[in-house]
Design a binder for this molecule. Structure first.
Ligand SMILES: Nc1ncnc2c1ncn2[C@@H]1O[C@H](COP(=O)(O)OP(=O)(O)OP(=O)(O)O)[C@@H](O)[C@H]1O
Ligand SMILES: [Mg+2]
Length: 263
């Protein structure tokens, strides 16, 4: 059994879509409370599928877990409805920064308060807290989201998730399509949230350079399998890992010898 310091356990998960397409066949990692874990991997490696499995969202996409276990706070996530998981503190920002484009930034944020009291005082307190983490949202609070930049929309999507007061925030490629400086802003805000509030964060990224800079721990997926896990600093320093799994340089002729090693 994992210790109480572990908020999320993903153990040897296998998953398919339409009972036919195998997306995951052996994904394992543990996220300790108060840590940021980066889930890395190339296109199609299984990052989004893993995150959807964690929030029990696969059935909605004709997907299913065929083997393995996912425990949030010690409880099996497949036994709980996605909405109940949100109320229990497991909140996900899906790929593609969904916000309502015809609502203002602030209306989008307020719409995110699932599973909490709707008391006006609490809502404005939470809004202020979010504006402190994302000052650009305060400036744009009355602007229609559809008229804000991609980075501001991503911040709005994260802010909406924060309105549910998560204990574990799950993010699918928050850097996608954004300029490097905006990506840094977003990760800096996430790190600040993590450090100041103890929020645990699971973030899937193709942008391994930025993710490893801010994460504590990392797991690399390749073709639906977790092939490597370790401290973010040690993974960042390893040329071979960067080249082979993360596509940052020409890959070496053979995979690194520690293919299944846990560092
Ligand atoms: N709804 C779906 N129906 C069928 N197959 C799917 C579905 N979603 C994903 N897949 C397949 O599952 C595998 C894993 O995809 P997944 O989206 O989890 O990867 P990813 O690591 O998130 O990739 P990306 O970086 O492109 O977002 C891929 O082979 C993909 O084609
Ligand atoms: Mg994805």
């Amino acid at each position: 059994m994992p210790g109480n310091d572990v908020i999320l356990v993903v153990d040897n998960v296998h998953a398919t879509y339409n009972h036919a397409i195998t997306a995951l066949h052996g994904v394992s990692f543990e996220l300790r409370r108060g840590e940021i874990l980066a889930l890395l991997g190339a296109n199609g490696a299984g990052k989004s599928t893993t995150l959807k499995a964690v929030s029990n969202l696969l059935p909605a996409e004709r997907g299913q877990i065929n083997a393995g276990t996912i425990l949030f706070d010690g409880g099996d996530v497949t036994r709980r409805r996605p909405g109940d998981l949100v109320r229990a503190g497991l909140v996900q920002v899906l790929e593609g920064r969904h916000c309502f484009k015809s609502l203002t930034v602030e209306e989008n944020l307020v719409s995110g308060g699932v599973g909490r009291s709707g008391r006006r005082g609490e809502i404005s307190q939470d809004l202020e807290r979010i504006y402190d983490f994302f000052p650009r949202l305060r400036e744009k609070r009355r602007t229609l989201s559809g008229l804000t930049s991609g980075g501001e929309q991503q911040m709005t999507a994260i802010g909406r998730a924060l309105m549910s007061r998560p204990r574990l925030l799950v993010l699918d490629e928050p850097s996608m399509g954004l300029a490097p400086l905006v990506v840094q802003d977003i990760f800096l805000a996430l790190k600040k949230l993590n450090q100041e509030t103890g929020l645990s964060i699971l973030v899937a990224e193709q942008n391994s350079a930025v993710a490893l800079k801010y994460a504590d721990y990392s797991t690399v997926l390749e073709n639906g399998v977790s092939v490597l896990s370790g401290g973010a600093t040690s993974l960042r320093q390893r040329e071979d890992v960067r080249a082979f799994y993360l596509g940052q340089k020409a890959p070496p002729a053979t995979p690194p010898s520690h293919l299944h090693a846990v560092v």
